[in-house]
Design a protein around this ligand. Structure first.
Ligand code: 5GP
Length: 338
């Protein structure tokens, strides 16, 4: 954030504001963690603050401090709309385009509030009064820490805020192993532990709360995996019938896509998950190195994200999607074997 933006933000926040904080649809640990941490900070500063999530999120994030205050736009629609319509300031966190909030998009477009974007995804849209965008950042949670630092207020970070920020940084960096994890990330994380984030308890809450059915679903996913060594690619499919058979709950497939990348020589991994209710195949894409899954998802599957982690969707059947994917892959043989 440049000094003019910092001055603008300081001036806006010098008066009590009505603030709405919005994560992207299907929020993950970084989206929820950054929203809840910012919520804690802005409340301490005397503002009226609400977090409005476009839809529900997994159980393994619902233990987080202040989680009970989150308004679900799908479930509590009138209240959510009222908060957005009455807001004087809207923070949008962990997404780069208003289309990422699904049905909430129109309500945000009609809102009269000043927008502040904090995000680390590529190609941010130009809708905010202040855009704090940095694609080199590990996570939006690291950016919220920086944001509070820019305001000279890190002494306001308490144990709950530290816990929320730690959770988001941990989940978005694959437990501190992705390329975007810098020495600065580790310094921020160390600071958060000093401020009261219980790192071992957080890891357990997020990773050691599996249900037996989730592990059985993982077994199905792994046995469905197709490995294409000549394209250094591995992909997994999960149909709605398979999800139903294993009592699928939101978040149960989190992390499955990464298994492809644990294979020696594989640099491109995907998971295709059927969602019959939405009539789509949701696609998660991951890579190692310079192969940009952001560009791949944008070019072919109406998606985007980061160089090494992106998402997208297909509106045709699983079989057609896979067949189209295989055709597309043929045109990437050289890029996948540089
Ligand atoms: P995931 O595969 O975990 O859903 O998402 C990986 C990354 O890509 C995340 O940073 C997420 O925000 C982004 N992403 C996921 N789905 C989409 C999408 O449909 N469009 C865009 N632009 N980004 C996405």
């Amino acid at each position: 954030m440049n000094s003019a933006d910092i001055t603008t933000v300081k001036s806006i926040l010098s008066q009590p504001q009505k603030i709405a904080i919005i994560p992207h649809r299907n929020p993950d640990g970084d989206a929820i963690g950054s929203c809840l941490a910012l919520y804690g900070f802005l409340k301490k500063k005397g503002h009226t603050v609400h977090v409005v999530a476009p839809n529900d999120y997994p159980k393994f994030l619902k233990w987080m401090p202040e989680n009970d205050t989150v308004i679900n736009f799908e479930r509590e629609n009138p209240k959510a709309k009222e908060v957005i319509n009455e807001a004087s300031v809207i923070f949008t966190l962990d997404f780069n385009d208003l289309s990422r909030v699904g049905q909430m998009e129109q309500v945000l477009k009609e809102a009269s509030a000043d927008f502040i974007m904090i995000d680390h995804h590529q190609q941010p849209s130009d809708y905010a009064m202040v855009t704090y965008s940095d694609v080199t950042m590990s996570s939006t949670c690291e950016m919220v820490y920086n944001f509070i630092d820019f305001l000279g207020e890190t002494d306001q970070i308490d144990a709950d805020m530290a816990t929320n920020l730690y959770t988001g940084i941990m989940t978005d960096t694959g437990s501190f192993k992705y390329r975007s994890t810098s020495s600065k990330t580790h310094r921020v994380v160390a600071e958060l532990i000093d401020k009261g984030a219980d790192n071992m308890a957080i890891h357990q809450e997020v990773f050691d709360t599996n249900s037996p059915s989730r592990l059985h679903l993982l077994g199905v996913a792994l046995s469905n995996m197709v490995i294409l060594p000549e394209y250094r690619t591995a992909y997994i499919t999960l149909t709605q019938d398979e999800l139903d058979q294993y009592d699928f709950k939101k978040g149960d497939t989190e992390g499955f896509v990464n298994y492809g990348l644990t294979l020696e020589g594989i640099i491109f991994a995907l998971i295709f998950i059927e969602n019959r209710e939405e009539g789509i195949i949701k696609i998660s894409l991951r890579s190692i190195g310079d192969f940009s899954v952001n560009e791949f998802a944008r070019a072919h599957f109406n998606g985007g994200g980061h160089t090494n982690a992106a998402g997208g969707r297909s509106e045709t059947s699983m079989d057609e999607t896979i067949s189209r994917f295989n055709d597309i892959l043929k045109t990437y043989k050289d890029k996948l074997n540089p």
